[in-house]
Unconditional design. Structure first.
Length: 84
């Protein structure tokens, strides 16, 4: 459980009864809490795999290229219609 610590006039740490949300000093954590905070997120547990990332990037780039081709074709269609 996290605890709030403040310093007294001598510079020593003193336990403060205030809550963590209102703590104006230092917050001390248990080792398990500390390790849970700094532990990197395992994306595979969230369903994010390298194959999934590649699929999304490929799909996104495909949409960009398709829209570019559509715009390019539309430009030529409009040019031809202006010539008629």
């Amino acid at each position: 459980m996290a605890t709030c610590l403040t310093t007294d006039n001598d510079g020593d740490l003193v336990l403060d009864p205030s809550t963590i949300e209102t703590c104006l000093g230092f917050v001390a954590l248990e080792p398990a809490e500390y390790h849970a905070i700094i532990q990197p997120i395992d994306l595979a547990l969230l369903g994010i795999t390298p194959a999934e990332i590649l699929f999304v990037l490929t799909w996104g780039m495909g949409v960009v290229l398709m829209m570019w081709k559509l715009g390019y074709a539309l430009k030529w269609v409009l040019k031809i219609l202006k010539l008629i």
